[in-house]
Design a protein around this ligand. Structure first.
Ligand code: FES
Length: 103
């Protein structure tokens, strides 16, 4: 079995092992995925939009529902640290950086 995750907008293909998270694969390949908790499912910053291959990813879990709500069918957003690839090819797009609020 082989697996590959393509990261947009940079269009970088990252071969990986089944069972790895999108977050771990991205970080290992130098993809700048935003994070404060480094994969512990608490910050909610590591969002990606699934463009292709969602059938190759683990199902949405309770951590993701807490951060993202129950609207995956509309947004296609996942927490990359919770999205585990099984095999095949998945394409994700990094969420644009959030604008900082002025105080
Ligand atoms: S890295 Fe913090 S929630 Fe995924």
């Amino acid at each position: 079995m082989s697996a590959t995750i393509r990261f947009l907008p940079a269009e970088i293909d990252c071969p990986c092992e089944p069972g790895e998270s999108v977050f771990d694969v991205g970080r290992r390949n130098g993809i700048a995925i935003e994070t404060a908790c480094v994969g512990q499912a608490s910050c909610g910053l590591c969002r990606v939009r699934v463009i292709e291959g969602e059938e190759h990813l683990s199902a949405l879990n309770s951590h993701e529902e807490r951060h993202l709500g129950n609207v995956y069918y509309l947004t296609k957003e996942r927490l990359s640290c919770q999205a585990i690839i099984a095999e095949g090819r998945v394409t994700v797009e990094l969420a644009p950086k959030r604008r900082r609020r002025r105080k």
